[in-house]
Design a binder for this molecule. Structure first.
Ligand code: FEO
Length: 398
């Protein structure tokens, strides 16, 4: 059944939400689902702004036909060619073959890699700053390379002062009920997922994110329509401030993260003892995660939230425990920066993880790794109390 929502009188949301997909990009768990946003503009000319993922194809095509109210489609605007938004372009063009595809030179290169059958379709190539007029609406295009792919562009409609922001300002999580963020408790329902989405999807591209925020800062933006998650029409500054922090590596919280790996529970037990000591000494909340239990994407989201991170890791196969190694590899891949790390290790014979973790983390930009470390031999005992307290004190003071 048709499920569309009016964003303005003549801009209609025609996306879809779903919860059956267990992982985004076949990688990131989606416990709260995800939405794919797409918008129809009913002006003198009609425009479709992006399509959606194959998983919501039925709903999307039904919504599109209903939103167009019997009119033809004039423009198929492509802000981003990742398949979660472009999967249905060929289907749309089969149904509306007279439509003109709107994209930039890289958009069209990627388009033909996915859909060579669209070679002969009409195309309008956009250059930075170009304007597409549909009548009342004028869409000003601003290139946003690597937020999240190189071809990404956003557009600003000067009639409604709306930024169509592609992946930027998106979030994991289905949109249930209203499409508008101000009709949800965003901080409670979405913020953690929005941060996890940002950190894992575009976190590596902080400078590019800041660049697009800078470009957008000269615009009078009254509404943000992202490709995932709710539409923003109130309190935009609150969410833009989050993006400023995430893009610049500024922690949102002074909570201390304690990530441990534990094979038989001894490092886990030591981690809990350290957490209690650390919270008492620092007066800060200590948030503890078992890296084997919590998917790495959530840990990465937390690293974007907090500035101080303790890693406690047993030695395994003469190296770093695999799940901790995965976390460090993700930190490297996503270019974590401006953080403080404290390192602890456990080993029955030959503990080596403090050194190995330090070697890896040293390559991260603007990060501090505390000199003070903690080594546990098999299990923590009362004789280790002083070393543990000293370690906690050093972290608290860092
Ligand atoms: Fe939501 Fe980069 O695609």
């Amino acid at each position: 059944m048709v499920n569309t929502q009016k964003v303005t009188d003549d801009i209609i949301w025609i996306g879809g939400s779903e919860r059956r997909l267990s992982r985004f990009e076949n990688l990131f768990p989606l416990p709260n689902g995800v939405s794919y946003n797409s918008y129809v503009v009913l002006d003198e000319k009609t425009a479709l702004l992006d399509t959606a993922d194959l998983s919501v194809a039925g709903q999307f095509m039904e919504n599109l036909e209903a939103a167009l109210q019997g009119r033809d489609l004039d423009y198929m605007v492509i802000h981003h060619m990742e398949p979660d938004h472009c999967s249905l372009i060929a289907d749309v063009m089969k149904r509306y073959p007279q439509a003109t595809l709107v994209g930039n030179v890289r958009t069209f290169a990627f388009l033909l890699q996915f859909f060579p059958e669209l070679e002969s379709a009409a195309k309008l190539e956009i250059k930075e700053g170009d304007v597409l007029s549909t009548g009342k609406h004028n869409f000003h295009f601003v290139f946003a390379p690597f937020v999240h792919w190189p071809e990404v562009m956003v557009s600003y409609d000067d009639a409604t002062k709306t930024l169509f922001s592609a992946d930027a300002f998106g979030t994991f999580g289905s949109v249930d009920g209203s499409i508008f963020a101000d009709e949800h408790d965003f901080e409670r329902e979405y913020l953690d997922d929005a941060r996890r989405y940002y950190a894992n999807i575009v976190g590596k591209y902080g400078p590019q994110t800041l660049a697009i925020l800078q470009k957008a800062s000269g615009l009078d933006i009254q509404m943000i329509c992202p490709l995932h998650g709710p539409v923003w029409r109130k309190d935009l500054g609150w969410f833009i401030d989050k993006y400023q922090k995430w893009g610049s590596g500024t922690p949102e919280s002074d909570d201390i993260l304690l990530f441990y790996a534990s094979i038989y529970g001894h490092t886990a037990s030591a981690a809990q003892t350290l957490a209690a000591s650390l919270q008492a000494k620092s007066g800060k909340k200590v948030v503890v995660y078992d890296v084997s239990e919590t998917d790495v994407s959530f840990l990465i989201g937390e690293i974007w939230r907090c500035g101080k991170i303790v890693l406690m890791c047993p030695t395994y196969n003469a190296g770093i425990y695999p799940k901790m190694k995965d976390l460090i590899a993700d930190m490297e891949a996503l270019a974590v920066h401006d953080r403080t790390f404290a390192l602890a290790e456990n080993g029955t014979w030959g503990p080596v993880t403090v050194k190995l973790m330090r070697d890896r983390l040293s390559a991260l930009k603007n990060c501090t790794i505390l000199e003070q470390t903690l080594t546990i031999r098999s299990a923590l005992h009362e004789k280790d109390r002083e070393a543990l307290e000293n370690f906690a004190q050093a972290i608290a003071e860092a």
